[in-house]
Design a protein around this ligand. Sequence first.
Ligand SMILES: NC(=O)c1ccc[n+]([C@@H]2O[C@H](COP(=O)([O-])OP(=O)(O)OC[C@H]3O[C@@H](n4cnc5c(N)ncnc54)[C@H](OP(=O)(O)O)[C@@H]3O)[C@@H](O)[C@H]2O)c1
Length: 267
Amino acid sequence: MATLGFIGCGNMGGALARAACKSIPSDQVFLANRTPEKATALAEELGCRTADNAAIAESADFIFLGVKPQMMADMLADITPILEKRETRFILVSMAAGLTIPRIRELAGKDDYPVIRIMPNTPSAIGEGMVFYDCSENVTKQEEKLFLESLSGAGRLAPLADHLMDAGSAVAGCGPAFADLFLEALADGGVACGLPRALAMESAAQMMIGTAKLMLETGKHPGALKDAVCSPGGSTIQGVRALEKAGFRGAVMEAVIAAYEKGKALR
Ligand SMILES: NC(=O)c1ccc[n+]([C@@H]2O[C@H](COP(=O)([O-])OP(=O)(O)OC[C@H]3O[C@@H](n4cnc5c(N)ncnc54)[C@H](OP(=O)(O)O)[C@@H]3O)[C@@H](O)[C@H]2O)c1
């Protein structure tokens, strides 16, 4: 059984730690955070253990790097001497937007460390995440299997080549924020039409879940699913007209491309 150590337990590291505790025994999961109280509170909630960065670098089989991309260099600089001295096998798991496998290796001080680059999203916390991953050439099939088992509680896991990771990140990693804007706006619209706020939020969210599941489970194109809602001369097509007039689809595409460009610039 592998041990997982999380360095950085913020929004994303914390979400993955939750997923890990659903996938493997929680006493195999260790949490460290710059503000230790955050790790302590989460560990208490999940029934896992706390540690510090050095202890995780010394002993975890999978070392999850959960700090912001801009903080990665400083955090890794502190643990580089420990990693260098390690005699046991370990794998660095980076979730940082924009940082490629070669860049992670460079920051960690060795160009042949085994690395798994992942691009998760926050719904991983409740088992409905999308997690892209790419293994460096020296991660074995057995280790990949162990990694997938350890994060199986996160949701869907899919391999994605390193050079496409920024694109995957822009859609699924940043996407929850775009979806949240849409949800909030839907609910605001409902409130403007007289729905109580709580009901407007709940119905918007359930509609989003249902629509996404309908697409995944039927395999139908979203355009076809949209057509099925738009009765000729009906009210939905008027809403579609309003969205098209406001440039909705172009705005969403621009959002994805803006996030993609920023991801590439983080290197
Ligand atoms: N948020 C997302 O939806 C998302 C999606 C995909 C990928 N990511 C990636 O996930 C990573 C983390 O992002 P986030 O949104 O989770 O950021 P966050 O909420 O700010 O979490 C970062 C955490 O790292 C801790 N930290 C900073 N320096 C540290 C150090 N030297 N040692 C130990 N802990 C340290 C911070 O501690 P404090 O409590 O002291 O601030 C904080 O809890 C980023 O690389 C990001 O690109 C995020």
